[in-house]
Ligand binder design. Structure first.
Ligand code: KG4
Ligand code: ZN
Length: 348
């Protein structure tokens, strides 16, 4: 509908330059330029390389988004941009670009939280969010369980990772197995040929006192170490490492813990909708096990399509459009970037 807010969203918190345009709850375009290949040989994202790539990609990506959506910049009702959390230099490129657009076009600007955007993106895929929704965010930088009464201004953290994020664990284990970066999709693929009960890897913080004390928190560093040790022992003995079985058993340990804790949170907070977002939500076994366990628990599962789970501009535009639709005040033009923006802070 033409009276719904038309919002352009810019995302530059890590290695993806994302520009999305959303009208109300409809996605018009999601243009992404990634510098992931420039980082691959370093085995991780190099902040300075990412910032430079954002600078180079920003204007062409904005132009491509507008062209593909058939939208002129002057038609926009607002600009939304990720103000944090993320890499400081990378965030600066996005926020400075958004400010330049806002000033030049005389449009309001909304600086929004990257994590809240990972939740909001599902609105353009599966419609309005039930209030409250339970959200589990699993990405390269974060693993969090969030209770979300209102995505525009009320996001509550129930728990988070104590050490490695889920995606980080996938990336590190992939390295141990000699698979390329980013490792998540490679482990996912290798695991399809493997046996997920071949090796019994530890499930951190899921039993006894640990579970009581860290009910909705996660820990993956013990699992990562267990996998490394298991692989090293085989290598030292001159045996070949069964990559597919290790990948499948490791992946099973991660997704078992994630889905168990997410459903425990749903039950204890009496919430019957679970949304899973972030790059690791693209994982095929996580999606399958979550579906199975949600169905058993009577919880409705929402997972955006894989392309919307990894970082993109559509998620920022989707949250911006919610802000405008709910009449939230725009951010100040001097809005800061905040590389460690707390998850409860939806807007800068
Ligand atoms: O959300 P995202 O694109 O960036 C961050 O905000 O971190 O997430 C990237 C992470 C990487 O660690 C990557 O290995 C992981 O998501 N990932 C996956 C899969 N696809 C991406 N992990 C497991 N299975 C996948 N299919
Ligand atoms: Zn992300």
């Amino acid at each position: 509908m033409a009276d719904e807010p038309l919002v352009l969203g810019i995302e530059t918190s890590c290695d993806e330059t994302g520009v999305g345009i959303v009208r109300g709850e409809t996605l018009l375009v999601d243009a992404v330029a990634s510098s992931v290949e420039e980082h691959a040989r370093f085995g991780g994202v190099v902040p300075e390389v990412a910032s430079r790539a954002h600078l180079e990609a920003m204007i062409p990506t904005i132009e491509r988004a507008c062209r593909e959506a058939g939208v002129g910049l002057r038609d926009l009702d607002a600009i939304a941009v990720t103000s944090g959390p993320g890499l400081a230099g990378a965030l600066l490129v996005g926020v400075a670009s958004a400010k330049a657009l806002a000033v030049a076009l005389d449009k309001p600007i909304y600086g929004v939280n990257h994590l809240a955007s990972h939740v909001a993106v599902d609105i353009v895929e599966h419609g309005p969010l039930p209030e409250p929704t339970m959200a589990m965010l699993v990405s390269g930088g974060h693993s969090s369980l969030l209770l979300v009464p209102d995505i525009t201004n009320d996001v509550r953290s129930l728990g988070a990772t104590m050490d490695d994020a889920a995606g980080e664990a996938f990336d590190k284990v992939a390295r141990v197995l000699g698979l390329p970066f980013p490792g998540g999709p490679h482990i996912d693929r290798a695991a399809r040929e493997g046996n997920r009960v071949a090796i019994d890897f530890p499930r951190g913080l899921t039993t006894g006192r640990d579970l009581e004390r860290y009910r909705f928190d996660f820990s993956f560093s013990g699992l990562k170490t267990a996998v490394s040790r298991w692989v090293e022992t085989r290598q030292r003995a001159g045996e070949t490492v069964p990559v597919a079985d290790v990948a499948a058993s490791f992946q099973e340990a991660v997704v078992d813990v994630l889905t168990r804790k997410a459903l425990l949170a749903c039950r204890e907070h009496d919430v019957d909708h679970l949304l899973i977002g972030g790059g690791v939500a693209a994982n095929s076994r996580l999606r399958a096990l979550a579906e199975e366990r949600c169905a058993k628990a009577g919880v409705t599962l929402r997972v955006p399509r894989p392309g919307l789970c990894t970082d993109n501009g559509a998620m920022v535009a989707a949250l911006g459009a919610q802000m405008v639709a709910k009449g939230r005040e725009p951010s100040e033009l001097g809005l800061p970037t905040d590389s460690s923006m707390p998850v409860e802070l939806v807007q800068a």
